[in-house]
Design a protein around this ligand. Sequence first.
Ligand code: OSB
Ligand code: MG
Length: 373
Amino acid sequence: MKIDSIVLREVQLQLVAPFETSFGSTTHRRVLLVELRAEGLRAWGECVAGEHPWYSEETVDTAWQISRYELAPLLLEAEPEHGGSCHDIFRPVRGNRMAKAAFENAVWDLQAQREGISLASLLGGSRDTIACGVSLGIQPSLGQLLDNVETSLAAGYQRIKVKCKPGWDLRVFEAIRDRWPSIRLSADANASYRLKDMDHLAGFDHYDLMMLEQPLWSDDFYFHSMLQSQIETPICLDESIRNRRDALASIEMGSCRVINIKVGRVGGFSEAIGIHNAAMERAIPVWCGGMLETGIGRSHNIAISSLPNFSLPGDVSASKRYWRDDIIEPEVEVSPLGEITVPTGPGSGFHVREDLIERLTARKDEVRAYALA
Ligand code: OSB
Ligand code: MG
């Protein structure tokens, strides 16, 4: 596929409500979008890097730099056969997986449009609908969190995940279990505990959590395997898993029993599929994580979630939980059963609202193929 030009944009959007994790609070998003123009088609990708290097080293600004001066020139020169070619094209650039994923996922989207098939089917998806959960941030009060749980359950969400950290854990689980003894409940620590907390974490077993996500360091497998051997609650790794090899190592070491796959964190759809397959062969279920995406990233999360081993509800939720006006049409909706229908139209199956994106754009740059010739 000959790509004529690549447009990079930073769009700025306000979240409908602040989102607080163990590492800080987010009220608005600065999002890097990548648009590929090729063969009369336009394909989009979203970079999930945050405003600050809290979740991972990458930020929207490092991703901009790497995208503009490394990845865009490499891709314009390469003429990728398909999305799966990107891994090799970007090999000279170490790390920077969130920036790479934005490009690679746009190439997959372009290929799906070109072949007139859905992105989900191109990726190997087999589900018509995906199961949805919510991720509820740390709240100013327990009462506000319980209100959020109630609203989410009423909307149909199949699993409630609460962010936790030292000081916002046992009494939160206690209060939720008191009112809802049998809902599917999980917790995400975003790497906020240490080895000295082992006994404390064993106390989580009392609350029948589906899983505890990333309790220890963001780059650790070994101490998670020690912890997993001492608690009953299944550990789910998020931050630690950067690629398929990490998934294999963590499964073999017994560091986790569930894996959260985020296409941005692992560098794009190809690596996500590799992790999905490796986990499936070893009977480890996976689910799709979220990064407060706009509709573009969300539409890609829906597509990957249609693969068979995405067997647990993901953090892929309705547009209106995040944005007053999403940048795709129709916006993503969740049914009263807590499901999203996987689109069957070509590409992502959603229309990208370029007029709205233009109004939200804070910076823009275009890199053209001929400029390199
Ligand atoms: O750890 O899953 C995480 C958001 C930002 C950074 C990390 C995480 C999250 C979420 C939000 O949990 C999931 C969503 O998009 O709703
Ligand atoms: Mg997480």
